[in-house]
Structure formats: C-alpha cells, structure tokens
Design a protein. Sequence first.
Length: 410
Amino acid sequence: MAKILKGLFTTEPGYVQIQFDYSAAEVKMWGIAAGDSVICETFAIGQRLRQAYLVDPSPENLKAVKDKGDVHLLNVERFFNKKVDKSHPLRHAIKAVVFGVIYGKGAETLGIDTKQNDIADCKSAIRKLYDESLECKDPKRVTEINQMLEDLDLKLTTIMGEDKTQYAQDIMDKMFAQFVNGKKWIDVMSEMAEKEYQVVSPNGRVRHLYAAMTGDRRIVSKQVRRGSNAPIQGVSSEVGAKAARMILEGYYKSLPRLKKELGITKSNWDLRVKFSRAVHDALYFMVPIEMAIPFVHICQYQATYGVARKCEQDFGFRFRVEPEIEMDVGVRGDHMETWSWKIGDLPGLFEKAMKEAAAEEGAQESYEDMMAKILEPWRNKEIRTFLQKNYPLLGVQDPRINKQIREAVA
C-alpha cells in the first residue's frame, strides 16, 4: 500500500520532486537537549566522514563512511567493544532500544522491540517460500519447501515466545553508562511530568500533562512517558517546520539573482516551488527543473546548518551537532533515488528522472532539453560561487568541490 500511495504523488511537466528526511532526528535532538557530548560526538563522527567523502569521494573515504559513519554501529562498538556490520542483530537491537528509550519504553517492551527485525525476516522468508510453493510443479521441491516452512514456523514461534527483557535491560544499562547526561535529562523530564504536570522543551514550549494530577499510577506512568518524549519529538518536528519555511525563504530571496545570471525571463510565479507535503520528519517539494540544482544547495543547507543557527538565534539553545538529512530525487513518489553525497552522482539521478519524465504521456520537452536546463546553473561560474558561498554542500567550503562540480557537468 505504501508504494501505491507514494505513486500518487507525480510531478507535472517541467518539475522534479526533491525530498529529504532527517536522519535519527529524535536521538540527535535528545543529545542536544540533554547537552550530552557523547551522544553528539557519536553523530559528529559520521558527519565529518560524510564531509570528507564529499570533498574527496575516494574508495577509502566511502569505506570509512560505510564502516564508521553509522551511529548505531558506533554505539555497538561503544557499548560492547565489538565491530559488526549493518545486518548484525545487535545493531538492530541497539537501534530499537535507543529510539525506544526516548519514547519512554521500559525493558519489557523494548525486549519485544529488539525481536521485530528477526520476526520480519522470518515472515518475509515464509511469504517467499509460500509463493514459490503455489507455482512449483516439482513434487520433490514442494516437499522441501514444506519442510522449510515448518522449520521457519517453529523458529518464528520460538522468537516470539522468547523473553528478551533482560537483554534489553543490559543494553539500556550500557547505554546509560555512556550517555550520562542523556539519562539525567530523561529523569528530570519524568520527574517534572509527575510533580509539575508539564514539561518544557529546549525552545521553551510547554506540554501540559494535567492527567498526571489524578494520582492513578497507570495514568501517571503514561503521562511520564509522554513527558520524556514530547520535548524531543516536538522540537524535532518544529525544526522540520522551521526548515521548510527557511528553505522557501532562501529560494525566493535567491531567485532574482539566479534568473538574472541564467537569463531566465519567466516570472517568479512560474518558477515557484510547490510544497507537496510533510510526513513526520520528511519534507517533499516539487521544483522547476531550471532551479533544481540551486534548490538542492539551498534545501540541504537550510535544513541543517541554517536551521541550527536560526534556532540558536531565536531560542538560545545551541546545536552541538547539526541535523543531517538524506535527499531523494525523482518524478514519481514511488521511484525516488537517494543521493550518496558524491557530487558526480547527482547529475545521474536527475538524468534518470528526466528520462522517466520524457517518457510520460503529455511530456512537453525532450530528455536532452530538460537535462540542459537542470545542469545550466552548475555550468555558470557565478552561480556555482554564489551557491557554495551562501549554501555550501554539507556546510563545506572547499575549492575541490567546485572542481568536482565542473567535472560532473562535463
């Protein structure tokens, strides 16, 4: 259903979809709100590795991003002093626990959460084998499949029946031993919710929790869970909303200069960005193809470094590590491609999208004409300089980036 629903969001001729979502937003905001340097530094490690890869997309830097740039893998190493890959169960378990703690979950519930990845893998394997059995004409293979299905069913039953409470508690203990200020912050918010019937977010917003006045332990516990989560999820959401406004402000502020440098005579209205939707911590835009490249610069900067500085200016709380995002490009919501942050890869993403757009019924321009419009801002030295000065990619201003842009266009 998700794929079908995403496919409903298509672009009109002359537009391309550009979207982004925040990476581990709530966990990062927890570290920022709590002033926990360990949490923030864990994210900063990956941030620096991605910046290094942007400047120098060498195989060595790419390997470093994959091996050392994942916050959950870093936490496995920090908590258990061992290195694992992304598919390892321990990574999934730690990810479930870290996110779950922010939502106020206890060890018993988190124990169930740690099993969800294994349960999903089992169910997926069962579905594939069952589908194969329906079409299989070989009796011997059918017998094999039935035995495998029995084994998987037993495995699934065993996983679902296993009590992982202590396993989750051990991860929590290791996590809180490392994230000391993060634990203190959760305790303070929980106490505030229970005794003052409210919590206050880092930007000063109050979440009232009057139901805690009932004294009913079940109701109070629910309010305490909300108390530890509301400031984090609330600010994360507000950062996204603030970023959406800043992205559009930056775009329209830059538009007259961009039009002048490119010799575009279209009106601002005809070059308007259409804000498609927001889903949790993701924002979706439909952008005129002439302005796709400038919008990528403006969007990625305003959503990260720009919004961090603006929050400090407006609310007085400092981001110890800026938000990070993943960006996708396409013309259909169900056919989006994620940018790797390698500059040489971005034209290829637009190329794929424009080929799809040109093949659509009612297309008004050829693929070649659309690609020429998309790449023109990067061909223009003045625009390249302007964008990298005001909206630098990943916050990095380095002459090697300009060189990579020229090579990507060529």
